[in-house]
Design a protein around this ligand. Structure first.
Ligand SMILES: [Zn+2]
Length: 417
């Protein structure tokens, strides 16, 4: 056989075999990316080493679990059981490989094995993670509204996912000792005020927005009536702040500028800035001639404004992800003056995606000891939600020694819990 023919034959075999190889390795690849926790969460109680057990105990010491609250826990699904949930159809086809891959990673992390039962499987896995922890508190389950156009009509093509308010009310009602409902109402909806009233009457104390993905400009005067209604009903806005990478938000990152929420505060609403705006840069709206500055800096500026105390909070979900510098967490640990105004969130299922986490880098930068990092890895193998909590409770500023105060993890009177 000539060299050329051997080469052609080799290429042909590779073309045939590569997809077969990829297909057969897919579970392995997904397992590496999103394969949190080799052990069942129920096994944690008897499986932990003494070091991991000690770290777990220390993390929960002095905290009344009845008062623990995680305000940022997602549920999702495809609506197969009448939940009303849906995802963008582009996530279900390889014609959109990036979205498809993203969907598979999330589904794997949430332990969805059968799309026909996906909504229930997502909820069952989450329930097992929370209920198996003897020190669990409650988790705010997030509804997720559709993308609306400025004229109040639904834009299905730009809706990344939809989780109806009634689905989180159903799940929270099943397990009220584990879950509280967090509604999601787009302010441009024609029935926005009525829907917010309905949700408040059913017990929602928080309303989730993701401006970048839902197409909400918090500075738009169209939101003013919504702000006034939220204030009247005692429903706080849990609004994403900073850039957003978990769902597609191309061209809309400026909507995540935390300064845009100042308008909500001016109209009387209570605001919780999710992720403390720890990703991306935004235009300094107080000085439009200036350069773009880190959104985190704008977050700290807003938090520093005296008049919003008691109505403006920061939320620390995802701040420990590997796409943020450890120094961002360092600043939050160091700013003990802000801790009474910070709340905890896990942004589940993100903690269940293995590759976005690293306890090791916090050890390398002096926020954890090597033993603590090892014990955290062990906890991760049982329960990614416990890992997220214990990690945040254990992190210590390398210079000042400051940790997140207990207050960060407990219910806040100002938020109605
Ligand atoms: Zn989230």
């Amino acid at each position: 056989m000539t060299r050329r023919r051997r080469c052609v034959l080799g290429c042909a075999i590779a073309i045939v075999l590569l997809p077969v190889l990829l297909w057969s390795c897919a579970p392995l690849i997904l397992g590496q990316i999103a394969g949190a926790s080799r052990h069942a969460p129920e096994e944690m109680e008897r499986g932990l080493s003494p070091a991991a057990r000690a770290l777990f105990d220390r993390a929960y010491a002095g905290l009344d679990s009845q008062r623990l609250l995680d305000v940022h826990t997602h549920v999702a699904g495809l609506g197969a059981n009448g939940s009303g949930c849906s995802v963008n159809p582009e996530m279900l086809t390889w014609a959109h490989p990036w979205k498809r891959a993203q969907f598979l990673v999330y589904a794997h992390a949430a332990r969805i094995t059968d799309l026909e039962r996906g909504d229930e499987q997502f909820a069952e896995r989450l329930r097992a993670l929370v209920a198996s922890n003897p020190r669990h508190g409650r988790h705010g389950l997030l509804a997720f509204d559709r993308h609306y156009r400025a004229d109040g009509t639904i834009d299905e093509a730009r809706t990344e996912m939809h989780v109806p308010n009634d689905w989180v009310f159903t799940l929270a009602a099943r397990d009220p000792e584990l879950f509280v409902p967090v509604c999601s109402v787009h302010p441009y909806r024609k029935d926005a005020l009525q829907e917010l009233e309905r949700c408040a009457a059913k017990g929602a104390k928080l309303c989730k927005w993701l401006p970048n993905a839902m197409g909400i400009d918090p500075m738009d005067p169209k939101c003013d009536a919504f702000y006034a209604k939220a204030a009247e009903l005692g429903v706080a806005l849990l609004s994403h702040s900073g850039d957003e990478h978990a769902v597609d938000a191309e061209g809309a990152q400026d909507l995540g500028n935390p300064l845009r929420l100042r308008r909500a505060l001016e109209h009387g609403a209570t605001v919780v800035l999710a992720h403390c705006a720890t990703l991306g840069e935004g235009v300094d709206l107080d000085d439009p001639s200036s350069q773009r500055v880190p959104n985190f800096e704008l977050f700290l500026r807003l938090m520093g404004e005296e008049r919003w105390k008691g109505r403006l909070f920061g939320e620390i979900s995802a701040v420990v992800l590997a796409n943020r510098a450890t120094s961002v967490v360092g600043t939050l640990l160091e700013r003990t003056d802000l801790h009474a105004r910070l709340v905890n969130g896990s942004d589940y299922p993100l903690p269940a995606i293995r590759v976005v986490w690293s306890a090791r880098r916090f050890a390398n930068d002096g926020y954890l000891t090597d033993e603590e990092a090892r014990a955290l890895e062990e906890l991760y193998d049982y329960n990614p939600l416990v890992f997220d909590f214990v990690l945040k409770r254990t992190l210590k500023h390398p210079k000042t020694g400051a940790r997140f105060a207990d207050d960060v993890f407990l219910v806040k009177r100002e938020l109605g819990y």
